[in-house]
Design a protein around this ligand. Structure first.
Ligand code: SF4
Length: 52
C-alpha cells in the first residue's frame, strides 16, 4: 500500500506522479495532497521510485 507523507508534500503544484501511474490510482484536488485509491493501485511503485 502506498502511503503519502503529507508533511513532505509542498502542495504548491500539480503532483508530477499523477501521469506516472499506469492505472490512474492517484488523485489530486487542486494542489492538495494527492490520494491513492488502494482498490485501483497495483503496487507497481512507479510513483514511489521516481525522483520528480
Ligand atoms: S504504486 Fe503504481 S499503481 Fe499504485 S499508485 Fe503508485 S504508480 Fe499507481
Amino acid at each position: 500500500m502506498i502511503v503519502i507523507r503529507e508533511e513532505l508534500c509542498p502542495q504548491t503544484h500539480a503532483c508530477p506522479t499523477l501521469p506516472l501511474c499506469p492505472v490512474g490510482a492517484i488523485f489530486q484536488e487542486g494542489f492538495n495532497v494527492p490520494t491513492v485509491d488502494n482498490e485501483k493501485c497495483i503496487c507497481c511503485c512507479k510513483c514511489a521510485n521516481n525522483q520528480v
